[in-house]
Design a protein around this ligand. Structure first.
Ligand code: 5RP
Length: 234
């Protein structure tokens, strides 16, 4: 807390992660998200010391989970994941999300879609009225990525978004996902129709996936500056 009743964003992420960890039951297969909020969840889950198997959404989360003594399995080792808990970059009023700020969007979406229940956890700053202030990550194949960028521009123009996709860099080099793909970040501004944009982006050859997670989250747990966790339903 910085002052009475003013929990910092990282503390807000922590209490959201702890609230999500309290939902997990012994015997469950649990999808483990990626990012700083998901890391709080993984730590709180490990601290409960219950019998679970974790399906990580990135190499970073797999390393953290193993370090904490959790059993880690691959997504294809089970037919269904009981519950997945993950962070987000933006959360809209109907729990439509932008994800992928940490670069794990494809594995995250694959794990989410294999899950019976998906819980998104975040600090209060992630809740927005409309998606789009956070640049939308779009994962593309490295082969012919410049041509893919041009085709993405056409899709954006049809959606009245006049932005050029920006190739994500790390240490001066193109950022590579765990699967070896590249990411374009697109400063969309307010996205008028996320469903239409999602469908159009998926239709672009070379696009592997995008960070719009629509109709996937069943519950959001938002940590507040007052130290309370608010539950939101779609
Ligand atoms: C990673 C993600 C993360 O969930 C998202 O970027 C939020 O990160 P953080 O919890 O560190 O704020 O989508 O691909």
């Amino acid at each position: 807390m910085t002052s009475a009743g003013s929990l910092e964003p990282d503390g807000q992420k922590r209490i959201a992660g702890e609230a999500a960890a309290a939902l997990i039951e012994s015997g469950q297969v649990v999808g483990l998200g990626t990012g700083s909020t998901a890391a709080h969840f993984v730590r709180a889950l490990a601290a409960r010391n219950i019998d679970i198997r974790g399906v990580p959404t990135s190499e970073a989360t797999a390393a953290l989970a193993r370090e904490l003594g959790l059993i880690v399995i691959g997504v294809d080792e089970v037919s269904v994941i009981d519950i997945t808990v993950d962070g987000a970059d933006e959360i809209g009023p109907e729990l439509e999300l932008i994800k992928g700020g940490g670069g794990a969007l494809l594995r995250e979406k694959l794990v989410w879609e294999a899950s019976r229940r998906c819980v998104v956890i975040a600090d209060a700053g992630k809740a927005v009225k409309r998606l789009g202030a956070f640049p939308l990550p779009v994962e593309v194949a490295a082969f012919a990525y410049k041509g893919t960028s041009r085709r993405i521009c056409d899709v954006l123009a049809d959606a009245d978004i006049a932005m050029v996709p920006k190739l994500r860099k790390q240490g001066g080099e193109p950022f590579r996902t765990d699967g070896g793909n590249l990411i374009y970040d697109i400063d969309c501004g307010a996205i008028a129709d996320p469903w239409a944009l999602a469908e159009a982006l998926k239709g672009v050859t070379g696009v592997v996936d995008h960070g719009l997670f629509l109709g996937l989250a069943d519950l959001a747990l938002i940590g507040g500056a007052d130290g309370r966790v608010t539950e939101l339903l779609p």
